[in-house]
Design a protein around this ligand. Structure first.
Ligand code: HEM
Length: 527
């Protein structure tokens, strides 16, 4: 990303020539005077200044200096420029906020104004690009999608109705790990597949069965990986919108190809569902609420129709996509960080296992209803979400009109990032912030529902994570099952490291390789 933008040679020659002609002190004086005049002009117009920030180069602004590890880079800049600063990235203004008070101003006090997103160009190239819940601008369409998502799919009751699909996949994972007992496994990879299968099983597990499901799963996994890669790749078209039509990196074209593959998969699955419904009578779902997967729910809602803001087939596909892209890496990366932190502090792992033994018993497998009786495990999850929030800058917010935050002007359409990673590590808020200490969240402490601006792993306000309940269930159920069924050790001679890398999602820099050793006495628990 950085190497693309070199300092323009012609500009430096031009400045050298002008400097030689006028003399450098005069040049510097003229520059400062123009700058001051510009500030005074804006003050006279009653306009607040933009937030402070590092100087950039003409045209490209701060782009050449960006570090790909944006979360830590932004945290370092905040040490120099304060808890609100701006960067110019090509033609775009980005504002980064790193204080609970300012996060409250953006996400609560001015929630509606900041409830839009700055939509990446590759997203607009997707078949139903920008019409999904994550990127649709705030308004009637977004409200309809959000309602469908939270009320009809991701609420506790709906999630309970598809428990059997989650259970089946977690058991498959435990069975697979048992087949690899006492040998090293890539836990991040196993968890990614586990979460992907759990989510797709909930989405269409009642529609596609057996070998066909395995084949579609493999195809889908590849397409999702390609979509995520394209979403995470910096794109010149985003920084210079006037160049977007050229699609210099071909990202838009690639996204079109990938999403047409996705379209084929969705069409195949939806056709199958329609055929089943044709045979059984629409909405019958075998007359059994337990067996309704999310696809059935969505198709029923589409057919029921809402005259004002109808749910279209494009919306259905976009929602299926959101569940997979929004849910897979976030949840699996959280589980991987949690396992790494506990392997680093085995006494914490032991405490979780003791709690599990007391609640589940040594000869039984974990069921989801056990989860609410595991307060220490819950504290472990909260602590992981504090120390390694997998969306460290959340998803960008963008004001629909020019606004003021902390007495600075945020222009309409700017990209606003809330650096929760920095807030979660702020020593003025947290004691020993860099230490993994689940105890800080015992006795019900740690409300992440968006009311405590010191702790925002799922965001806050209207755009708060739509999949919070599902994330909770998947992370806790996966961790409980991994820790109850196995002891975990590092391969001989390996050292544990827990550093992070920023892609769209925060991930472990090196994959966690660990050895599972069965700890339940009854082999039937692994069948
Ligand atoms: C540990 C797991 C997860 C974490 C930490 C997480 C965190 C977040 C965060 C910080 C946001 C942005 C909030 C904002 O912009 O203010 C978000 C948005 C979203 N998340 Fe999650 N998420 C997780 C899992 C999931 C899952 C499992 C799903 C669904 C299956 C999901 C679906 C969504 C959706 C649809 C949005 C966009 C909401 C909107 O724009 O209205 N997330 N998530």
């Amino acid at each position: 990303m950085i190497t693309m933008f070199q300092y323009p040679h012609k500009l430096s020659t031009f400045l050298n020539n002008v400097g030689d002609f006028l003399g450098y002190p005069t040049l510097v004086f003229m520059f400062i005077a123009t700058w001051l005049a510009w500030i005074l002009f804006n003050i006279a117009r009653g306009q607040k200044p933009l937030p402070p920030g590092p100087w950039g180069l003409p045209v490209v602004g701060n782009l050449p200096f960006l570090d790909p590890e944006l979360h830590s880079y932004f945290s370092n800049l905040a040490k120099t420029y304060g808890p609100i600063f701006k960067l110019r990235l090509g033609g775009k203004v980005s504002v980064v906020i790193a204080s609970p008070g300012m996060a409250r101003e953006v996400l609560k006090d001015q929630d509606v104004t900041f409830a839009n997103r700055d939509v990446p160009v590759v997203v607009t190239a997707m078949e139903y690009g920008g019409r999904d819940i994550v990127f649709t601008p705030y308004g009637a369409e977004w409200r309809m999608l959000r309602k469908v998502c939270v009320r009809d799919m991701l609420g506790h009751a709906n999630l309970d109705a598809v428990y059997s699909y989650r259970r089946q996949e977690i058991h498959n994972t435990i069975k697979y790990l048992y087949s690899r007992k006492d040998s090293p496994v890539n836990l991040g990879e196993v968890m990614f597949l586990n979460v992907l299968n759990v989510i797709t099983n909930m989405l269409w597990g009642g529609t596609i069965q057996g070998k066909e499901r395995t084949n579609i799963g493999a195809e889908f996994r590849q397409v999702v990986a390609e979509v995520t890669k394209l979403l995470g790749k910096p794109n010149v078209s985003d920084f210079f919108p006037w160049l977007a039509w050229l699609d210099l990196q071909g990202a838009k074209k690639q996204m079109k190809v990938v999403t047409s593959k996705l379209e084929n998969i969705f069409d195949k699955i939806i056709d199958q569902r329609t055929q089943i419904d044709g045979q059984e009578g629409i909405g019958s779902g075998n007359g059994n609420t337990e067996s309704k997967d999310f696809l059935q729910v969505l198709l029923r809602l589409k057919d029921a129709g809402d005259a004002k803001t109808p749910l279209t087939m494009d919306h259905v596909k976009a929602l299926l996509m959101d569940m997979v892209v929004g849910g897979t890496e976030t949840a699996s990366s959280t589980v991987e960080f949690a396992m790494a932190e506990m392997m680093n502090k085995p006494e914490i792992m032991k405490k979780v296992q003791t709690e599990l033994e007391n609640v589940v018993g040594k000869n039984a497998i974990v069921e989801e209803f056990h989860i609410q009786k595991l307060p220490y495990l819950y504290a472990v999850m909260k602590e992981v979400l504090r120390l390694h929030p997998v969306l460290p800058l959340m998803v960008n917010h963008s004001p629909s009109v020019s606004s003021v935050v902390a007495n600075y002007r945020i222009p309409k359409g700017a990209q606003v990032f809330v650096n929760v990673w920095a807030i979660h590590r702020d020593p003025s808020i947290w004691q020993s912030p860099l230490e993994f200490l689940p105890e800080r969240f015992l006795n019900g402490k740690g409300d992440y529902s968006g009311n405590d601006f010191n702790y925002l792993p799922f965001g806050s306000g209207r755009r708060i994570c739509a999949g919070m309940a599902m994330a909770e269930k998947m992370v806790l159920f996966s961790l409980a099952s991994l820790l109850h069924s196995f002891n975990w050790t590092l391969p001989a001679g390996e050292k544990l490291e827990i550093s992070e890398k920023f892609r769209i999602v925060l991930k472990k820099k090196t994959p966690l390789i660990a050895i599972p050793t069965p700890r339940l006495t009854d082999p039937a628990c692994y069948e």
